[in-house]
Design a protein around this ligand. Structure first.
Ligand SMILES: [Zn+2]
Ligand SMILES: [Zn+2]
Length: 96
C-alpha cells in the first residue's frame, strides 16, 4: 500500500501523539501546540489524530455545541421510534 505525502504526515503525527500519550501519562499535544490530558481532546474517527477543543471544531466542521445538539436530536428520535415500535408490537399482539 502506498501513501500520499499528506497521509504519511498524518500517520507520523498519530504515531508521535501515541508515543507521547504513553510516555506522558495521557498528556498529548495538539498540532496547534496546546497540551492537555486526552480527556480534553477529541479523537478523529477517520484519521485517528487527537485534536484540542478548538482544532476539533475546525477539523470536524462543526462546533462541539452543534455536535451535542445533533446527538441529543438523534437520541430523541430513537426514543420516539422505540415507543412507536413498542406500541405497534402491542397492537399486533392483540390482533393475533
Ligand atoms: Zn489544537
Ligand atoms: Zn480526521
Amino acid at each position: 500500500m502506498t501513501y500520499t505525502k499528506d497521509e504519511l504526515e498524518k500517520l507520523e503525527t498519530v504515531k508521535k501523539q501515541t508515543i507521547e500519550i504513553l510516555n506522558n501519562d495521557w498528556v498529548v499535544t495538539c498540532e496547534c501546540g496546546r497540551r492537555a490530558h486526552i480527556r480534553f481532546f477529541f479523537k478523529c474517527l477517520y484519521c485517528r489524530q487527537y485534536y484540542c477543543y478548538r482544532c476539533a471544531e475546525d477539523h470536524f466542521g462543526q462546533t462541539v455545541q452543534e455536535y451535542k445538539e445533533k446527538k441529543k436530536e438523534r437520541i430523541r428520535l430513537l426514543i420516539v421510534l422505540k415507543k412507536y415500535y413498542e406500541k405497534k408490537n402491542k397492537t399486533q399482539g392483540r390482533v393475533k
